[in-house]
Structure formats: structure tokens, C-alpha cells
Design a protein around this ligand. Structure first.
Ligand code: DGL
Length: 274
């Protein structure tokens, strides 16, 4: 047993979809969530820049003595996960692998679609992870430059959103993918619209749920789960305005927010670049 909290970070509030799944699956654990809202979005940024941000945040969370670090952000995972694992003396897990495993197990026609940010698609991370699991898979990745920002702005039912979702879904439908990975923290909030665009025959793989599954397996196998009799606690850090984090975050997590503290970006930058 290990009573220390689990650290989790994301480019903003989107990773709260991952925290939500973890709160459902691991109600005895304490979580410290850091949303880099002051530098959102990560999707249009270069891999080098995202790696620097991830390094600063991971170092900051490790200084708070977390027992496990979860990179909830798909763009940060794609740009930085192996590198963070090499550099830092901690157990670090992220996105990409858990949902790739679920997708490879799910597909029947071995055609998998990936919807993600430009940075995630450009990294080729999903292709590598999926082909490692089944070298015969066909993978079709579609960058969705507008989607995360639209969802973040609460735009989940406008005609513009419907048009964008249809446009992003079309190449994957034409390719015949029977399984589509929602490779961005924000996309679970648009699941009904995405499912309509793809139709009932396509299975959508939600990365938040698969990360929560992997967190559970790691806690169990390492023997570091918390006392099952206790109720977990959670606290939040953000690099942007606290009020905005609380307002948008409550929509993502659907629960009241307390314990939100601001972390100064200049303080993170002092940790240094890589
Ligand atoms: N958390 C980011 C991701 O999953 C959301 C999008 C962004 O920051 O651009 O890729």
C-alpha cells in the first residue's frame, strides 16, 4: 500500500475526462491534477516545445512526492513520454499505449482510424504503438485542428461543429475503419456527435477510459494502491486563470471545484528547458 497521491497533467481542462474515469475506477486514490491552461492548446505546437512544457510540469509534480505520474494529454504523451521515462526517476504512464491496445483487440477488419491533434498525428506515435501490437494493421490518422478548441469553448452542438466532425470522420469512413481511437482528451465530450458521424458499426475507443484501466493495473501489480476503506481526495493546479479553470473544468468533470491553486508559468520555466 502507498498512501501518496497520483499526479496527472494535461494541456488544460481536457485531461479532466481522464481524471473522471480514474475517479470512477479508483475512488480510494488521491489525485493532484495540473492543467496547463495558460499555454493551451498544445496541438499546434512543435514537439520540442511540448517536450519542454511536459518536462517542467512532470518535474514540478514529482517535487510534490507523487507515487505515479499520468500524462493524460495525448499531445504531450506523443511528444514526450519515452523521453520523460528515460530522464525521470519515477513510474510514468500516458495515453497512446492503453487505447492502442484496446483498439488492436477490438478491430475485426484490422483497419483502425485515429482522430487526434496535429502534433499527435505528426509524431506517428499511434502508428508505432499499433503496429507493435499487430504488424498487419492498417492505420488511418486524421488531424483535427479545430476540434479540441471548439469543445473547450462549449461548442458541442453548433452547425460548425457538425461540419467539422463530418469532415474529420469522412476519410476514416472511406478507408473502412471499423474502430476509431479518440486520441485527444477533449473528444469524449463529443462522443454522441462522433458516433452519429461514424454510424453504429464503428467502435469508438475512448482513451480516458483505457488510461484509467492501465492506472488500475499498475497500482495493482506494483502493490501501490491506496487503502480501500478510505475515500480519495483531489486537488487542482492550473497555469491560467483560476476562475476560468473552475468554470470550464466543472463542465468537463460535473462536480464542484475546490482546492484550485495557480502555478506561475515563470516558476515552471525556471525548472528549465531540456
Ligand atoms: N490535451 C490535448 C490532447 O489530448 C488537448 C488538445 C490540445 O492541447 O491541443 O492532445
Amino acid at each position: 500500500m502507498d498512501p501518496r497521491p497520483i499526479g496527472m497533467f494535461d494541456s488544460g481542462v481536457g485531461g479532466l475526462t481522464v481524471l473522471h474515469e480514474c475517479l470512477v475506477s479508483h475512488p480510494n486514490e488521491d489525485f493532484i491534477y495540473l492543467g496547463d491552461t495558460g499555454r493551451f492548446p498544445y496541438g499546434p505546437r512543435s514537439a520540442k516545445e511540448i517536450r519542454s512544457f511536459a518536462w517542467q510540469i512532470a518535474s514540478h509534480l514529482l517535487s510534490l512526492d507523487v507515487k505515479l505520474l499520468v500524462v493524460a494529454c495525448n499531445s504531450a504523451t506523443a511528444a514526450a513520454l519515452p523521453w520523460l521515462q528515460e530522464q525521470l526517476p519515477a513510474s510514468i504512464i500516458g495515453a497512446v499505449h492503453p487505447e492502442s491496445e484496446a483498439a488492436a483487440q477490438t478491430t475485426r477488419n484490422r483497419k483502425i482510424g485515429v482522430l487526434a491533434t496535429e502534433a499527435t498525428v505528426a509524431s506517428g506515435s499511434y502508428e508505432r504503438a499499433l503496429l507493435n501490437l499487430d504488424a498487419g494493421l492498417e492505420i488511418f490518422s486524421e488531424p483535427c485542428p479545430q476540434l479540441a478548441t471548439m469543445i473547450q469553448n462549449g461548442d458541442v452542438s453548433s452547425p460548425e461543429m457538425v461540419t467539422a466532425v463530418r469532415e474529420y470522420a469522412e476519410p476514416l469512413k472511406t478507408a473502412g475503419a471499423d474502430t476509431v481511437i479518440l486520441g485527444c482528451t477533449h473528444y469524449p465530450l463529443a462522443t454522441p456527435m462522433l458516433q452519429r458521424a461514424f454510424g453504429r458499426g464503428v467502435t469508438l475507443v475512448n482513451s480516458a477510459r483505457e488510461i484509467a484501466r492501465e492506472v488500475g493495473e499498475v497500482l495493482e501489480r506494483k502493490g501501490i494502491a491506496n487503502d480501500r476503506e478510505r475515500e480519495g481526495d483531489y486537488s487542482f493546479l492550473c497555469t491560467g486563470k483560476v476562475d476560468a479553470f473552475v468554470a470550464v473544468g466543472a463542465r468537463f468533470l460535473q462536480m464542484p471545484f475546490e482546492n484550485v491553486e495557480r502555478v506561475d508559468i515563470t516558476e515552471l520555466e525556471r525548472i528549465g528547458a531540456i
